[in-house]
Design a protein around this ligand. Structure first.
Ligand code: 5RP
Length: 223
């Protein structure tokens, strides 16, 4: 089952956590399994501090008794563990299915090491079947929509229960279909130059290791 594989990948990732580390805590259901496993190790005496990448992760981490810190205390993260929506053979990622891409990118980008955990459904030959989440300023988002269309994308304003979805940063998310994405970094660079775009869900050249579980077996993808 997919959720068993998410849990298995998460359990494997916790083996890389060492005493004294500052951890980047990603977001999503796979990461939630990692948080549960991490809290068990903390009960056994492991000392770490985590920086959460979303309000949801922060809430669960607090409930699980995981000690937290923030960027006002340290800008150094030893290891970040995060999920992904799509992963290609070069470890380019699409992230942001949960709407946390900006904080995830801030956290993941400043980590010495980034481990991605996923079930095998996330591994693809080429990115793009999953619409690319792009976080945009609410002000004038209609202009940003038009500019993304000029780049060949089909943006769709994300909604949740009929309301416009608002990110932890107070912004909107445009889920953008570009068909198959050939040059992930090039697409990111075009999008990030558009006024109103806060960040894209393309995480290129960031993951150091991907732990994938498929039918109860673990596989490692490395660059
Ligand atoms: C949230 C993310 C998540 O990491 C991604 O959506 C994977 O989620 P899940 O582990 O629930 O499949 O990028 O913004």
């Amino acid at each position: 089952m997919m959720s068993d594989d998410k849990r298995l990948a998460a359990l494997e990732s916790v083996k890389y956590i060492k005493d004294g580390m500052i951890l980047g805590l990603g977001s999503g259901s796979t990461v939630n399994w990692m948080l549960r496993a991490l809290s068990e190790r903390i009960k056994e005496g492991l000392r770490i501090e985590g920086i959460p990448s979303s309000k949801k992760t922060e809430k669960l981490a607090k409930e699980l008794g995981i000690p937290l810190t923030d960027f006002s205390k340290t800008t150094k993260i030893d290891l970040a563990i995060d999920g992904a929506d799509e992963i290609d053979g070069n470890l380019n990622l699409i992230k942001g299915g949960g709407g946390s891409l900006v904080r995830e990118k801030v956290v993941d980008a400043c980590a010495d090491e980034l481990i991605i955990i996923a079930d095998s459904s996330k591994v693809v030959k080429q990115l793009g079947a999953f619409s690319l989440p792009v976080e945009v300023l609410p002000f004038g988002f209609e202009v940003t929509v038009a500019n993304i269309e000029k780049l060949g994308g089909i943006p769709k304003l994300r909604r949740k229960e009929n309301e416009i979805f608002v990110s932890d940063n107070g912004n909107y998310i445009l889920d953008c279909s570009f068909g198959t994405i050939d040059g992930a970094q090039a697409l990111h660079e075009k999008l990030i130059r558009l006024v109103g775009v806060v960040e894209t869900g393309i995480f290129s050249g960031m993951a150091d290791k991907v732990i994938v579980a498929r039918n109860g077996e673990i596989k490692f993808l490395t660059r």
